[in-house]
Design a protein around this ligand. Structure first.
Ligand SMILES: Cc1cc2nc3c(=O)[nH]c(=O)nc-3n(C[C@H](O)[C@H](O)[C@H](O)COP(=O)(O)O)c2cc1C
Length: 194
Protein backbone atom coordinates (compact mmCIF):
# COMPACT_ATOMS: atom_id res chain seq x y z
CA UNK A 1 0.00 0.00 0.00
CA UNK A 2 1.27 3.50 -0.81
CA UNK A 3 2.37 4.70 2.61
CA UNK A 4 2.56 8.29 3.84
CA UNK A 5 4.69 8.79 6.94
CA UNK A 6 3.76 12.02 8.72
CA UNK A 7 6.35 13.16 11.23
CA UNK A 8 5.80 16.00 13.69
CA UNK A 9 9.18 16.48 15.33
CA UNK A 10 11.13 19.72 14.87
CA UNK A 11 14.38 17.78 15.35
CA UNK A 12 16.50 16.04 12.73
CA UNK A 13 17.99 13.74 15.38
CA UNK A 14 16.52 12.12 18.45
CA UNK A 15 13.94 9.49 19.20
CA UNK A 16 11.10 10.76 17.01
CA UNK A 17 13.45 11.33 14.08
CA UNK A 18 14.78 7.79 14.51
CA UNK A 19 11.24 6.40 14.50
CA UNK A 20 10.52 8.31 11.29
CA UNK A 21 13.57 6.73 9.66
CA UNK A 22 12.55 3.30 10.96
CA UNK A 23 9.05 3.69 9.50
CA UNK A 24 10.54 4.70 6.14
CA UNK A 25 12.87 1.68 6.20
CA UNK A 26 9.93 -0.60 6.98
CA UNK A 27 7.95 0.73 4.01
CA UNK A 28 11.02 0.31 1.82
CA UNK A 29 11.47 -3.25 3.05
CA UNK A 30 7.81 -3.92 2.25
CA UNK A 31 8.53 -2.86 -1.33
CA UNK A 32 5.78 -0.23 -1.45
CA UNK A 33 5.83 3.38 -2.59
CA UNK A 34 6.22 5.68 0.38
CA UNK A 35 6.78 9.31 1.25
CA UNK A 36 7.84 11.12 4.39
CA UNK A 37 6.02 14.36 5.18
CA UNK A 38 7.89 16.43 7.77
CA UNK A 39 5.31 18.78 9.18
CA UNK A 40 7.88 20.98 10.78
CA UNK A 41 9.44 21.81 7.43
CA UNK A 42 6.02 22.67 6.05
CA UNK A 43 5.20 25.09 8.86
CA UNK A 44 1.44 25.05 8.33
CA UNK A 45 -0.39 27.91 9.99
CA UNK A 46 -3.00 27.26 12.66
CA UNK A 47 -6.67 27.16 11.63
CA UNK A 48 -8.08 30.68 11.54
CA UNK A 49 -11.58 29.63 12.61
CA UNK A 50 -13.35 31.52 9.82
CA UNK A 51 -16.80 33.05 10.23
CA UNK A 52 -18.68 31.88 13.30
CA UNK A 53 -16.37 28.90 13.68
CA UNK A 54 -17.19 27.16 10.42
CA UNK A 55 -15.62 28.28 7.17
CA UNK A 56 -15.82 26.90 3.63
CA UNK A 57 -14.37 23.70 5.11
CA UNK A 58 -17.82 22.67 6.31
CA UNK A 59 -19.47 22.86 2.88
CA UNK A 60 -16.64 22.62 0.37
CA UNK A 61 -14.18 20.40 2.29
CA UNK A 62 -11.28 22.72 1.57
CA UNK A 63 -9.48 25.42 3.50
CA UNK A 64 -9.77 29.10 2.51
CA UNK A 65 -6.08 29.49 3.37
CA UNK A 66 -4.72 26.38 1.69
CA UNK A 67 -1.93 28.20 -0.19
CA UNK A 68 0.43 27.81 2.78
CA UNK A 69 1.11 24.24 1.71
CA UNK A 70 -2.09 22.70 3.03
CA UNK A 71 -3.20 21.96 -0.55
CA UNK A 72 -0.05 19.85 -0.95
CA UNK A 73 -0.88 17.99 2.25
CA UNK A 74 -4.30 17.14 0.85
CA UNK A 75 -2.70 15.91 -2.38
CA UNK A 76 -0.42 13.61 -0.41
CA UNK A 77 -3.32 12.31 1.67
CA UNK A 78 -5.26 11.57 -1.51
CA UNK A 79 -2.25 9.68 -2.89
CA UNK A 80 -1.74 7.59 0.24
CA UNK A 81 -3.41 4.25 0.91
CA UNK A 82 -2.02 3.94 4.44
CA UNK A 83 -0.75 6.46 7.01
CA UNK A 84 1.82 6.53 9.78
CA UNK A 85 1.49 9.40 12.27
CA UNK A 86 4.55 10.01 14.46
CA UNK A 87 4.66 12.67 17.17
CA UNK A 88 6.87 13.51 20.12
CA UNK A 89 4.84 14.03 23.30
CA UNK A 90 4.71 17.70 24.31
CA UNK A 91 2.72 18.65 27.41
CA UNK A 92 0.99 15.23 27.40
CA UNK A 93 -0.24 15.98 23.87
CA UNK A 94 0.87 15.73 20.26
CA UNK A 95 3.39 18.34 19.17
CA UNK A 96 2.02 21.62 17.87
CA UNK A 97 2.71 20.81 14.22
CA UNK A 98 0.74 17.56 14.51
CA UNK A 99 -2.12 19.35 16.24
CA UNK A 100 -2.30 22.01 13.50
CA UNK A 101 -2.21 19.32 10.82
CA UNK A 102 -5.00 17.36 12.49
CA UNK A 103 -7.14 20.43 13.19
CA UNK A 104 -7.09 21.54 9.59
CA UNK A 105 -7.44 18.15 7.93
CA UNK A 106 -10.30 17.19 10.25
CA UNK A 107 -12.28 20.31 9.40
CA UNK A 108 -12.17 19.39 5.70
CA UNK A 109 -12.44 15.61 5.84
CA UNK A 110 -14.53 15.25 9.01
CA UNK A 111 -17.10 17.74 7.70
CA UNK A 112 -18.04 15.33 4.94
CA UNK A 113 -20.10 13.39 7.49
CA UNK A 114 -22.53 16.33 7.77
CA UNK A 115 -23.41 15.68 4.14
CA UNK A 116 -23.34 11.86 4.27
CA UNK A 117 -20.20 11.96 2.19
CA UNK A 118 -17.91 10.21 4.68
CA UNK A 119 -16.79 7.80 2.01
CA UNK A 120 -15.20 10.69 0.09
CA UNK A 121 -12.87 11.57 2.95
CA UNK A 122 -9.19 11.51 2.03
CA UNK A 123 -8.70 9.10 4.95
CA UNK A 124 -11.71 6.89 4.27
CA UNK A 125 -10.95 3.37 5.48
CA UNK A 126 -7.22 3.94 5.20
CA UNK A 127 -5.28 2.07 7.89
CA UNK A 128 -3.21 4.21 10.26
CA UNK A 129 -0.34 3.42 12.60
CA UNK A 130 -0.14 6.06 15.35
CA UNK A 131 3.08 6.54 17.30
CA UNK A 132 3.65 8.76 20.37
CA UNK A 133 7.16 9.11 21.78
CA UNK A 134 7.71 10.64 25.23
CA UNK A 135 11.21 11.58 26.27
CA UNK A 136 10.98 13.49 29.52
CA UNK A 137 8.89 12.23 32.44
CA UNK A 138 7.45 9.53 30.20
CA UNK A 139 3.93 10.80 30.82
CA UNK A 140 1.39 11.70 28.17
CA UNK A 141 1.67 8.98 25.54
CA UNK A 142 -1.89 7.79 26.05
CA UNK A 143 -3.44 11.23 25.72
CA UNK A 144 -1.34 11.95 22.62
CA UNK A 145 -2.40 8.65 21.05
CA UNK A 146 -5.99 9.41 21.95
CA UNK A 147 -5.76 12.77 20.15
CA UNK A 148 -4.54 11.05 17.00
CA UNK A 149 -7.10 8.29 17.35
CA UNK A 150 -9.96 10.82 17.52
CA UNK A 151 -8.60 12.54 14.43
CA UNK A 152 -8.46 9.27 12.49
CA UNK A 153 -11.94 8.35 13.70
CA UNK A 154 -13.47 11.70 12.71
CA UNK A 155 -11.92 11.45 9.26
CA UNK A 156 -13.14 7.89 8.68
CA UNK A 157 -9.77 6.15 8.81
CA UNK A 158 -9.07 2.73 10.31
CA UNK A 159 -6.76 2.26 13.23
CA UNK A 160 -4.13 -0.38 12.58
CA UNK A 161 -1.97 0.17 15.67
CA UNK A 162 -1.26 2.59 18.53
CA UNK A 163 2.32 2.51 19.77
CA UNK A 164 3.52 4.37 22.86
CA UNK A 165 7.24 4.73 23.58
CA UNK A 166 9.24 6.32 26.37
CA UNK A 167 12.91 6.41 27.32
CA UNK A 168 12.69 3.06 29.06
CA UNK A 169 10.80 1.17 26.38
CA UNK A 170 12.26 2.83 23.28
CA UNK A 171 14.63 0.04 22.27
CA UNK A 172 12.07 -2.74 22.23
CA UNK A 173 9.08 -0.65 21.10
CA UNK A 174 10.90 0.74 18.08
CA UNK A 175 10.90 -2.81 16.78
CA UNK A 176 7.13 -2.76 17.11
CA UNK A 177 7.00 0.39 14.97
CA UNK A 178 9.03 -1.33 12.26
CA UNK A 179 6.88 -4.44 12.40
CA UNK A 180 3.58 -2.54 12.39
CA UNK A 181 4.49 -0.34 9.42
CA UNK A 182 5.81 -3.32 7.47
CA UNK A 183 2.66 -5.36 8.13
CA UNK A 184 0.29 -2.49 7.36
CA UNK A 185 2.13 -1.56 4.16
CA UNK A 186 2.14 -5.19 3.04
CA UNK A 187 -1.32 -6.38 4.07
CA UNK A 188 -3.50 -3.37 4.92
CA UNK A 189 -6.39 -4.11 7.27
CA UNK A 190 -7.12 -2.47 10.61
CA UNK A 191 -10.26 -1.79 12.60
CA UNK A 192 -13.17 -0.15 10.81
CA UNK A 193 -15.25 2.03 13.14
CA UNK A 194 -17.51 4.36 11.18
C1 LIG B 1 7.57 21.56 24.84
C2 LIG B 1 7.91 20.16 25.28
C3 LIG B 1 7.03 19.47 26.10
C4 LIG B 1 7.32 18.17 26.51
N1 LIG B 1 6.40 17.48 27.26
C5 LIG B 1 6.65 16.21 27.60
C6 LIG B 1 5.69 15.44 28.32
O1 LIG B 1 4.58 15.89 28.61
N2 LIG B 1 6.02 14.17 28.66
C7 LIG B 1 7.23 13.62 28.35
O2 LIG B 1 7.49 12.49 28.70
N3 LIG B 1 8.15 14.32 27.64
C8 LIG B 1 7.90 15.59 27.25
N4 LIG B 1 8.81 16.26 26.50
C9 LIG B 1 10.00 15.56 25.99
C10 LIG B 1 9.67 15.00 24.58
O3 LIG B 1 8.62 14.06 24.68
C11 LIG B 1 10.85 14.35 23.92
O4 LIG B 1 11.59 15.36 23.33
C12 LIG B 1 10.32 13.27 23.00
O5 LIG B 1 10.60 11.99 23.50
C13 LIG B 1 10.82 13.22 21.71
O6 LIG B 1 12.11 12.73 21.76
P1 LIG B 1 13.05 13.36 20.74
O7 LIG B 1 13.01 14.83 21.09
O8 LIG B 1 14.38 12.72 20.97
O9 LIG B 1 12.44 13.07 19.44
C14 LIG B 1 8.53 17.56 26.10
C15 LIG B 1 9.41 18.26 25.27
C16 LIG B 1 9.10 19.53 24.84
C17 LIG B 1 10.05 20.26 23.90
Amino acid sequence: MRTLIISATPKTEGHSAELTAIAAEAAKRAGVEYEVLRLDELKLEACKMCGDGWGVCREKFRCAFDADGFDKVQEKLAWAEALVLITPVYWWECSESMKIFMDRVRRCEGSRMFHNLNDQSLLWQKPCVMVACAGGSGNGTLSALEQMDRFVYHCGGRFFDHIALNRWTFDHKKQAVEAAVYKMATEGGGARRV
